[in-house]
Design a protein around this ligand. Structure first.
Ligand SMILES: CC(C)(COP(=O)(O)OP(=O)(O)OC[C@H]1O[C@@H](n2cnc3c(N)ncnc32)[C@H](O)[C@@H]1OP(=O)(O)O)[C@@H](O)C(=O)NCCC(=O)NCCS
Length: 183
């Protein structure tokens, strides 16, 4: 493992390094990967460098970590908190498994648990929230399995392929985490 920060069973999360950029750029230009994300490409390496996404990936109000397979040290995705509001003790969770062939193998669930544990225990968050496209069934399965609850529907909040779609707001609170995982 290279510079591990959060360690799970099959994956670990570490800070991004500049040489991760080409792989991460490939996911953000893959429309199958980004179809359920608010942020969609295109983006090239020069823009990545100019906008310093990787350089700024760890900051006081947001954290993006690289997801890496323990077996072969392969970078496969990204997860963290897109925003952290310290006075409100609230974080907005985000995850992308960029390597599509690894979807449906439990990695999203493992990573979501690791990052939420970090958010509640180390960042002292009281609330973790997210917005998800209502047709992103895999994501909803992951979040409900980890303990997120549906709070409401944002009607026709997003547009994809010329169609308006609903999004769901989901959240988990620290007492709910404690009740479930006994931390
Ligand atoms: C969403 C995402 C993180 C899920 O990661 P993952 O590693 O595939 O998740 P898991 O394997 O832990 O769990 C997914 C579950 O959803 C199920 N699932 C997936 N698509 C489904 C569908 N259409 N209907 C019913 N269940 C479905 C899977 O079978 C799996 O359940 P199981 O473990 O009981 O078999 C991943 O697909 C991804 O990165 N997608 C692109 C970016 C994205 O959408 N991010 C989230 C934005 S809010």
């Amino acid at each position: 493992m290279r510079n591990p920060f959060l360690i799970g069973e099959r994956v670990y999360l570490r800070p991004y390094e500049i040489d991760d950029a080409p792989r991460a750029m490939a996911w953000m230009n893959d429309r199958e990967v980004t179809r359920t994300l608010e942020t969609r490409g295109p983006i090239n390496l020069e823009q990545e460098q100019e906008q310093e996404f990787i350089r700024n990936s760890i900051g006081p109000t947001s954290i993006a970590l690289a997801i890496v397979l323990k077996d072969d040290d392969r970078l496969i995705g990204s997860s963290g908190f897109n925003t952290i509001d310290h006075p409100s003790r609230m974080g907005t969770f985000g995850i992308v498994i960029g390597e599509k062939e690894l979807w449906g193998q439990g990695i999203g669930t493992e990573v979501t648990r690791l990052v939420c544990h970090y958010g509640f225990m180390d960042l002292n968050l009281n609330r973790i929230e997210l917005e998800i496209f209502a047709d992103n069934i895999g994501g909803i399965v992951v979040y409900e399995r980890v303990g997120f609850v549906r709070e409401g529907v944002r009607r026709e909040a997003r547009v994809r392929d010329g169609e308006v779609i609903d999004s769901l707001m989901m959240s988990m609170l620290r007492p709910e985490w404690d009740a479930r995982y006994g931390d």
